[in-house]
Design a protein around this ligand. Structure first.
Ligand SMILES: Cc1ncc(COP(=O)(O)O)c(C=O)c1O
Length: 454
């Protein structure tokens, strides 16, 4: 299967003379990649397909990394990039603004739950999370409650890689090397995944709402007067699509409201249609105080993230003389006009082509297709919600992650670009996918699981 690296530079004209050694890949076993970069190097993309350097056309099973639901090279987005770069390629983020940035803030606020009407832009989900944590902290200070500094995250949560995000995040491998850098006063709710109670659930599991009561225990332990915010992904994506039990998020909301704790939904993957609604907050009918977003807002074409906040949170900062900065926070690329220009085009396409409705329509198709894999002895759990699903493969004894790696690699040699974490394979196909393409994706996955059986 592996070709010598020397052949790599001859595979495609864009690779002529390229040596992959200089590149340090993120969240990737670098030596493994560099020993065999051929099939893992993507040279082009169009619609729901990538083409890799060995010439295979791969179905984009995770919409890039949850970020490209409109497929690749959409003509309206290509046009928006071209137009924006020749009109206003950059404008200073502090003390100035661009038309596309002002417009996108309005558009995002209009899509958010009622009352969430102010938007702070960042360039990534990680920055969005750290921004939301800082806003929560500073908000309580503005209100005269500076004793509220604790943040509550959740086990198995992923909130990016900033120091705030890894502190509230609950993935041990992302935390262990950086323990001494973490922010103070963070506690974690238990995660909600329990194979014994919910294996092969379709949509929301019925068991597990009581796990939200752990927040009451934390309030008793730490006292509400020390807790600033709770941050959760409504659906935990990066650790393999953990769907919230029925009633769980409502309970969290009630407890936060009772004690004056802010509730932050990290919607970096669920925002902009993945669950068939604008945001997960609307799907679950639970209104947080802040929403973090990124990824799909620009279809992944130009990095952009942000935080949507309730009006009274914004208003709490708007005191003192008008010429004084209210929040000492921001980035050179906050509200970058290229990113916000592409954001506007993305939201236009979503609306004009009815793609959030298309995402909703794919939910039963994906559900039926993915649960058909239940008969495979290698599959120990299947989960789905919205236009997303995950399967857990039975691990190879003593070699966690290797089973899913073999399926991923076989996909690259065939017709699927999959995404795996541990021995879980997650799928979140583009909203533009046809029913046939979704069914074919799952049928192909079945073949790969069988073909790579140890
Ligand atoms: C829920 C969630 N929050 C934050 C992030 C971090 O986003 P980024 O990689 O853009 O920094 C991610 C990325 O996958 C995510 O899924």
């Amino acid at each position: 299967m592996n070709q010598p690296v020397a052949e790599f530079a001859n595979l495609h004209p864009d690779l002529r003379g390229v040596n992959p050694e200089s590149y340090w890949l993120p969240f990737t076993p670098n030596r493994h990649f560099k020993a065999s970069p051929h099939a893992r190097t993507m040279v082009s993309a169009s619609g729901p397909y990538y083409t890799n350097a060995i010439g295979n056309q791969l179905f984009d099973c995770l919409s890039g990394m949850w970020c490209s639901p409109l497929g690749h090279a959409h003509p309206k987005i290509v046009e928006a990039v071209t137009k924006q770069v020749s009109t206003l390629d950059y404008s200073p983020a502090f003390q100035c603004a661009a038309p596309s940035t002002l417009k996108l803030a309005e558009r995002v606020a209009a899509m958010a739950p009622a009352g969430m009407d102010h938007v702070f832009f960042t360039s990534s989900g990680s920055e969005a999370v750290d921004t939301a944590l800082k806003i929560a902290h500073a908000f309580h200070r503005c209100k005269g409650e500076a004793t509220r500094f604790r943040m509550i995250g959740r086990e198995r949560g992923y909130h990016g890689v900033g120091l705030g995000g890894i502190s509230v995040g609950g993935i041990p491998a992302n935390r262990k090397a950086f323990a001494s850098l973490m922010i103070n006063g963070v506690d974690h709710l238990p995660h909600t995944h329990n194979l014994g109670e919910m294996a092969f659930s379709k949509g929301q599991p019925s068991w597990g709402a009581h796990l939200a009561d752990e927040l009451e225990r934390m309030v008793t332990l730490h006292d509400a007067s020390s807790i600033a915010a709770v941050i959760v992904e409504p659906v935990q994506g990066s650790t393999g699509l953990l769907v919230p039990p029925v009633g769980y998020l409502k309970k969290l909301r009630e407890i936060c409201t009772k004690y004056g704790i802010l509730l932050i939904f990290d919607e970096v993957i669920t925002g902009f249609g993945r669950l068939g609604t604008n945001f997960a907050a609307q799907r679950f009918d639970v209104m947080p105080d802040m929403i973090t977003f990124a990824k799909a807002v620009t279809n992944g074409v130009i990095p952009l993230g942000g935080v949507i906040v309730r009006k009274d949170i914004y208003d709490a900062f708007m005191h003192g003389p008008e010429f004084v900065i209210e929040l000492f926070h921001g980035y050179t690329y906050s509200g970058h006009p290229m990113a916000t220009g592409v954001g506007l085009a993305t939201l236009d396409v979503m609306k004009e082509e009815g793609l959030i409705q298309a995402s909703a329509a794919l939910e039963p198709v994906l559900e039926e297709a993915i649960h058909s894999l239940r008969d495979l002895p290698d599959v120990i759990d299947i989960r789905n919600i919205g236009c997303a699903a995950a399967i857990d493969l039975k691990p190879i004894a003593g070699k966690p992650g290797l089973r899913a790696t073999s399926v991923f690699e076989a996909g690259l040699q065939s017709n699927l670009l999959l995404r795996f974490t541990g021995d879980t394979i997650a799928m979140a196909p583009p909203f533009i996918s046809s029913v046939k393409q979704v069914q074919h994706m799952v049928d192909s996955l079945r073949g790969l699981i069988v073909q790579t059986r140890p």
